[in-house]
Design a protein around this ligand. Structure first.
Ligand code: GAL
Length: 437
């Protein structure tokens, strides 16, 4: 049921199932009609739950909100964002609100396995008919539609796509240590050799922040060491978490963690990355929302920072997409429809992603529209179109929320020094016990 093996379905001609009803698009009505769609009704406001609450992420949400307000002057935007990168706080509050039957009008959820949590719990509406009304089925690439579809139905509308397997590096720190900033290392071993040089030069080789950032670093090392196909096998039981391949990746992870500044391991991604921006550390692995942080600090690509795929993952796009839902029992479903309409529109997607560092989920941008994006983002668009796509663990694409949370716990215990490598691998096996069953 879950879409966890995107690689396997790439190339498969998965046509969308015919959707129910065409609908007339909206607005409020008396509520008496038999054919009333779940997204019809009160449009006076929309409470939007995200974790885009700080720094460059907040600026991205503000850019999107501006388009929303221009497009929907009669609908009040209510910001229900909760701080904490990766949804570290927001997801808990959301789970409590959903369980209590008081959902926001829409909430941010990752395309892929994370959506299944809400669907299995019967907490979100099927939006397949809304895709028809808004003409969205052809707007998004088939690979993304496949990630969003569960049992042939579409339950959320994507706003943007991010890439997780990117190293952000400070070229001056690299050069001072005799590391060529223009030629990225070929694999994890070569990368570790560069980290040794940086350490010897007296700088912090790499930084990492709180649990989910550690998981993101780990997943990219798993991709590098296992390759895309075996990595994908981790999510349907074909690759065992107790395999030698995983063990090798964990050994690499242990070595890389030994180079980090431990005082940062409880920090959110932006403060954890800041030493790289400031020239005190060399590397940080982070999703490409990081580019927005460099941009807002007026740093120049190529001069103040460089970026490259995590060594050993060139040609692989570690994918995640933000998408928005209509929770069952939302008080302002007409407001939700307005929000979903804006975030899926070209104007909304371009305004958001140019500020947020992501790329639009829509696949129908003209060359002129693509020209509005930074060099990094144009590069990411090209990679998304041609690379092998794999799903992020840390950002809900590969595994359900409960499994990702258990992985985060195992990873942070190890990083904090609370378990050895064997115990770590066993904890990962336990966390993923339900996978593929
Ligand atoms: C991800 C989300 C991104 C970005 C990131 C850091 O989970 O998909 O859009 O917000 O967290 O907070």
């Amino acid at each position: 049921m879950r879409k966890t093996r995107l690689l396997a379905i790439l190339g498969a001609s998965s046509l969308l199932l015919a959707a129910c009803g065409s609908g007339s698009g909206g607005g409020s009505d008396s509520g008496a009609s038999d054919n009333k769609k779940p997204w019809e009704g009160d449009a006076s406001e929309v409470a939007v739950a995200t974790w885009w609450e700080a720094g460059s992420e907040k600026l991205g949400l503000e850019a999107l909100t501006k388009v929303f307000e221009d497009q929907n002057p009669k609908t009040k935007f209510v910001n229900a964002a909760i701080a904490g990168g990766g949804g570290s706080q927001a997801k808990q509050k959301l789970a409590a609100d959903l369980a209590a039957g008081s959902p926001p009008d829409t909430f941010q959820a990752h395309a892929g396995a994370e959506l299944s949590d809400y669907i299995d719990a019967d907490q979100i509406e099927d939006l397949t008919g809304l895709y028809d009304e808004l003409g969205l089925k052809d707007a998004f690439p088939e690979t993304l539609i496949d990630q969003l579809k569960v049992d042939g139905k579409l339950y959320s509308v994507p706003s943007n796509v991010h890439r997780a397997n990117v190293v952000w590096a400070n070229p001056k720190v690299l050069e001072e240590a005799g590391v060529d900033a223009k030629t990225p290392p070929k694999d994890i071993d070569a990368w570790i050799a560069d980290m040794e040089k940086i350490k010897a030069a007296g700088k912090t080789p790499i930084t990492v922040g709180m649990a989910w950032t550690q998981t993101e670093l780990l997943e990219t090392i798993l991709i590098a060491d296992l390759g895309a196909e075996e990595y994908n096998g981790l999510f349907d039981g074909k690759t065992k978490w107790d395999s030698d391949g995983v063990k090798k990746a964990l050994e690499h992870f242990e070595k890389i963690i030994s180079f980090t500044d431990k005082s940062l391991i409880s920090e959110d991604w932006e403060p954890a990355m800041q030493p790289v921006v400031d020239g005190k550390a060399a590397y940080h692995v982070m999703g490409d929302w990081a580019v927005a942080s460099f941009d807002t600090q007026k740093k120049k690509a190529g001069e103040d920072y460089v970026y490259f795929p995590v060594p050993g993952t060139d040609g692989v796009f570690d994918f995640l997409a933000d998408s928005f839902t209509l929770p069952k029992g939302a008080k302002h479903p007409g407001g939700t429809k307005a929000w979903l309409t804006t975030i899926s529109s070209k104007d909304g997607q371009i305004a958001f992603s140019t500020v947020k560092g992501s790329i639009p989920a829509r696949a129908d941008l003209t060359d002129e529209e693509k020209g509005k994006f930074s060099e990094y983002q144009q590069n990411a668009m090209e990679s998304f179109g041609k690379d092998t796509i794999v799903s992020s663990i840390a950002h809900g694409a590969a595994l359900p929320v409960k499994v990702s949370n258990d992985i985060n716990d195992a990873v942070s215990k190890f990083v904090e020094g609370g378990s050895d490598l064997d115990a770590f691998q066993q904890a990962l096996m336990k966390a993923t016990d339900s996978v593929g069953k």
